[in-house]
Design a protein around this ligand. Structure first.
Ligand code: ZN
Length: 239
């Protein structure tokens, strides 16, 4: 046989026609399948299997928001997460500089005593436990403990972690190894509807600072981190 001047042996022509026939057959069967009720069932099941986990996640997220609202009806998620960053930065600063007073404005008395103890120990031993926060990578809510008025938040940051002795020599950790660290932070909303009227003294100059005013000391400019609406940091640990 000759097509466009090219001679094709009869056997090869049969093979080519057979392949074309099979492909055409498959295409026809696929088309028939897509037009049938079986395809509709197959497609529906596939879709359901694919989308189920996603719907479940949305539902969970919704429930968490709902629960937070039950603890604090004025809760502002974005604003709170921004404060979480400031809290972590201030914690790192307090630990690095052995300055426990920086923690007073946002920690519960229990946590403050724990951190104060650690810092006083380091001060006595003339150790600097450096938490150098290089880059804050974000925070998210992971759990709401409604019966305790608690919110569990996970924060991630790239940090350098090391300890220095009084001569500035390295005791442990690394000054060059940037590590991605995860912190679990638990916040608690203090019971009662009373308006917070405490004053916290500026950790730098000692001037009284109102909890509700902006986070900068009006006398010396030191940043003072506070949480709104009776929220306090109750626990912080590296995961
Ligand atoms: Zn001040």
């Amino acid at each position: 046989m000759e097509i466009f001047g090219v001679k094709i042996p009869g056997d090869l022509m049969i093979v080519i026609l057979a392949i074309l026939g099979i492909l055409g057959g498959i295409k026809y069967l696929t088309w028939r399948f897509k037009m049938s009720a079986f395809y509709w069932i197959y497609h529906t099941i596939r879709k359901a299997l694919k989308e189920e986990p996603l719907e479940e996640m949305d539902f969970k997220e919704y429930r968490m928001d709902d629960d937070i609202q039950k603890i604090d009806e004025n809760f502002d998620k974005a604003d709170f997460l921004k404060t979480v960053e400031n809290v972590l930065r201030q914690y790192c600063k307090a630990m690095s500089e052995n300055e426990h007073r920086l923690l007073l404005s946002f920690e519960t008395p229990n946590l403050f005593q724990r951190h104060k103890g650690q810092i006083e120990y380091n001060k006595k031993a003339q150790i600097k436990d450096v938490h150098k926060l290089q880059e804050f990578l974000g925070a998210k809510f992971v759990q709401v403990k409604m019966e305790q008025n608690k919110l569990v938040v996970e924060a991630r940051a790239n940090m350098f972690r090391y300890k220095l002795n009084k001569n500035g020599s390295l005791l442990s950790g690394s000054q060059s190894d940037l590590r991605k660290l995860i912190y679990q932070m638990i916040f608690v909303k203090q019971a009662g509807q009373k308006e917070v009227d405490e004053r916290v003294n500026c950790p730098n100059c000692g001037a009284p600072h109102e909890v509700h005013s902006a986070g900068i000391c009006q006398y010396c400019g030191t940043m003072i981190v506070t949480l709104k609406d009776n929220w306090l940091l109750d626990d912080l640990k590296q995961m």
